[in-house]
Design a protein around this ligand. Structure first.
Ligand SMILES: Nc1ncnc2c1ncn2[C@@H]1O[C@H](COP(=O)(O)OP(=O)(O)OP(=O)(O)O)[C@@H](O)[C@H]1O
Length: 315
């Protein structure tokens, strides 16, 4: 794997003794969109802040495009653009100047044409001479992205990019992210919105209590864990599950009127036809038959709230 970020045995214990990251090993592929998915306080911001060199690691090592982010801090930081969660912007500066100034912080020469291009890409160009205080929240968020891109980084971190933004802006955000990816930028975003990971990511890493529970190609994750259920309602209660259905992953409701069959939706043979045939042979009249697809959201809820079985086994 061509990793642009390589993290080995990373731990972070804050000064108050709180262990926010526990022995994290993680490789981020060049050019991918990786979603770091986890509940509040899982350690997402700590992880990206540590990679970006804002928080110092207690243990472990991080290579950013080959640069050790502690020993070669500047070279590592140069590769990274970071869009923070909070709207931290001055009030009176203009859009153009604030983005251009950020570029200067990286020791780069002014490049008005580059800044103009970023502002155009982010639909901020006609606001370039506006003071920041005159912008809406959504526009301010775009300015944060523009700042993060001012030094043309290879890697962009977006910390909960769509928290509190409206649907239109969210769609715009994803267009921007996709365009950046097409231009070769690696993107890591944190989120607790599962739909976001489902919509945009190539890979999903689930983080909980400072540990990576799993990291998987989104599609494979869906295939691996995406189970489907066939729900069959009977006109009369079923006396017992016919023994011709031994081996099927079946459960029966308490009133014996609803049977749930869990199957792998990606398998060649789902077993549905046989199951319905066997029920017919057993003389059961059906009232209703439907299927439900478990989404990545269900998977996530399972992983985060279900302490047992251990996540490694689930993955
Ligand atoms: N400077 C600090 N000192 C002590 N504890 C901290 C510090 N910063 C963060 N923490 C704790 O570390 C844990 C992880 O926080 P972090 O902000 O990384 O989580 P997160 O996954 O980004 O959460 P959220 O989704 O709410 O932003 C939390 O329990 C938080 O309270």
């Amino acid at each position: 794997m061509d990793s642009i970020i390589s993290i080995q045995a990373l731990s972070k214990v804050y000064d108050n003794g709180f262990a926010a990251l526990n022995h994290i090993d993680l490789d981020i592929k060049r050019g991918e969109i990786l979603a770091l998915l986890g509940p509040n306080g899982a350690g997402k911001t700590t992880l990206i802040s540590t990679i970006a060199g804002i928080v110092s690691p207690s243990n472990g090592r991080i290579l950013v495009d080959g640069h050790d982010n502690v020993r070669s801090y500047r070279a590592a930081r140069q590769q990274i653009g970071l869009v923070p969660q909070e709207l931290t912007l001055g009030a009176f500066e203009t859009v153009f100047n604030t983005v251009s100034f950020t570029r200067g912080l990286f020791g780069l020469k002014p490049d008005p044409a580059h800044i103009d291009q970023i502002l155009k890409d982010l639909s901020l160009y006609d606001k370039r001479h506006n003071q920041l205080r005159m912008l809406s929240g959504g526009m301010k968020r775009r300015v944060l992205i523009a700042k993060a891109l001012s030094h043309a980084p290879k890697i962009l971190f977006l910390d909960e990019p769509t928290a509190g933004v409206d649907v239109e802006l969210r769609k715009d955000m994803w267009r921007i992210v996709n365009r950046l990816r097409e231009s070769g930028v690696t993107i890591i975003l944190t989120t607790h919105y599962i739909e976001e990971a489902e919509e945009i990511a190539d890979r999903v890493a689930v983080i909980r209590r400072g540990e990576i529970l799993l990291i998987e190609e989104k599609d494979q994750l869906m295939q691996k864990l995406g189970k489907k259920q066939l729900i069959v309602e009977f006109k009369q209660p079923l006396a017992e599950i016919p023994n011709t259905l031994d081996g099927y992953d079946i459960s029966l409701s308490e009133n014996r009127e609803v049977l749930t069959y869990t199957f792998d939706a990606t398998a060649d043979a789902t077993g549905i036809t046989k199951l319905l045939l066997r029920l017919n042979e057993a003389g059961m009249s059906l009232k209703d038959v439907r299927t439900t697809q478990s989404s990545l959201e269900d998977i996530f809820v399972d992983l985060v709230h279900n302490e047992s079985p251990p996540p490694e086994e689930v993955a």
